[in-house]
Design a protein around this ligand. Structure first.
Ligand code: NDP
Length: 349
């Protein structure tokens, strides 16, 4: 059995959802009331993969909302309580979605093995980052040529390069072969460490990297106020919006700049669940975050272990393994839609 731990994208959206489900007390409650609320198992689902194999799963809403991020104790308790519920429900492998994996890593929750009387078994959880990284790499490889971008000649900026997903994307792109990797993050030392381990890559600020980048992979949670100077970007430019929340389509909207929601997969058939309705997916019945899909894939494959865990541990071998499973069981990385015209006609558009 697989599990998914998620949350609403805002307090307002969470209240609307509560009202639609008939939980009027929650819909009218303030943030303090929501902070005290326990996690909810809101949906059970049966999923049939492309091979005909069927698995069972459950979605747990952590009842966390991003407005709680600054309330550290609350955020921590929300994630641990949702994990406790997943374990008590008997779920074999559960993905930590959205901010929950970031809270887990940033607040070093590995130290918190015990929630109430329950000892958490880390083997039952995965961040889903290996599949997310693989999907983002697929999105680069499939969509760049459609825009007339030759990957072998392309400069690729990875914003969040020193992170868990970003460093894996850099290793994959290095093996694939690109003209140059532009490494972007705020703290210099982790970037220097990454550059040394790769044996290549140029460390730049965001402002320096963007005017050079044919492709930009965003794998960092970016500040709401971030402004992108679109006039200085090369044309065409492929932007993979892999961070959370996904907000680049409005920030980088300009002719010749193609923004694709990163780390999203589409299943081969409708699933018949409600859980993605509020996640701003174009096709919520079959599209989902790649990290969620990783829990399904691990269940399909009978790999009941913390496949993605800790920071900067993602190997190319693990990406290849989860990528092959992804295709086998009927997932496809989200592509640019509709298929754009080649670069020659874009230049005159
Ligand atoms: P990590 O915390 O491991 O890495 C984050 C990276 O972003 C670090 O390199 C960090 O370095 C950098 N960073 C953070 N803020 C900024 C900034 N303002 N400007 C430039 N760089 C910045 O996170 P993960 O790799 O686990 O996740 C990366 C992103 O992907 C997150 O936004 C996460 O929510 C999202 N995600 C999306 C999924 C999906 O859509 N399917 C699934 C899983 C995760 P530094 O601190 O030095 O700046």
């Amino acid at each position: 059995m697989f599990g998914l731990i998620g949350h609403s994208t805002s307090f307002e959206e969470a209240r609307n959802k509560a009202r639609s489900l008939g939980y009027d007390a929650y819909a009218d409650g303030d943030l303090d009331m929501w902070c005290a609320a326990p996690p909810q198992l809101v949906e059970r689902v049966t999923v049939t993969g492309l091979t005909g194999q069927t698995i069972e799963g459950a979605y747990i809403d952590s009842v966390f909302v991003p407005e709680m991020l600054r309330r550290f104790k609350t955020a921590k308790r929300k994630v641990l309580k949702a994990m406790e519920l997943a374990q008590k429900t008997g779920i074999d492998i559960t993905a930590l979605g959205g901010f929950t994996s970031i809270i887990f890593e940033d607040m070093n929750l590995l130290r918190e093995e015990r929630v109430s009387a329950v000892e958490l078994n880390w083997e039952r959880f995965t961040t889903g980052n290996t599949h997310t990284a693989w999907v983002i790499c697929q999105q680069v490889e499939i969509n760049a040529p459609r825009l007339g971008i030759d990957l072998n000649r392309a400069k690729v900026a990875v914003v969040g390069a020193s992170g868990d997903i970003g460093s894996a994307v850099c290793r994959w792109l290095q093996r694939r072969g690109v003209a140059e990797l532009l490494l972007v993050a705020r703290r210099p030392q982790p970037l220097v460490d990454l550059q040394q381990s790769l044996g290549e890559g140029r460390i730049l600020s965001l402002e320096e990297a963007l005017p050079e980048a044919d492709i930009v992979v965003w794998v960092a949670s970016l500040p709401q106020g971030l402004q992108i100077e679109t006039a200085t970007l090369p044309r065409p430019c492929l932007m993979i919006d892999g961070g959370y929340p996904k907000n680049l389509d409005t920030k980088a909207a300009a002719p010749g700049i193609h923004v694709l929601k990163g780390g999203i997969v589409e299943f081969w058939q409708d699933i018949g669940w409600q859980m993605m309705e509020l996640a701003d997916m174009a096709k919520p019945q079959r599209q989902m975050f790649a990290c969620f899909a990783e829990a399904m894939l691990l269940d399909f494959e009978g790999i009941h272990t913390n496949f993605s865990w800790g920071r900067n541990n993602i190997t190319l071998a693990a990406m290849d393994l989860i990528g092959a499973a992804s295709l086998r069981h009927g997932f496809r990385a989200l592509e640019l839609d509709p298929a754009p015209q080649p670069a020659t006609s874009l230049a005159t558009a």
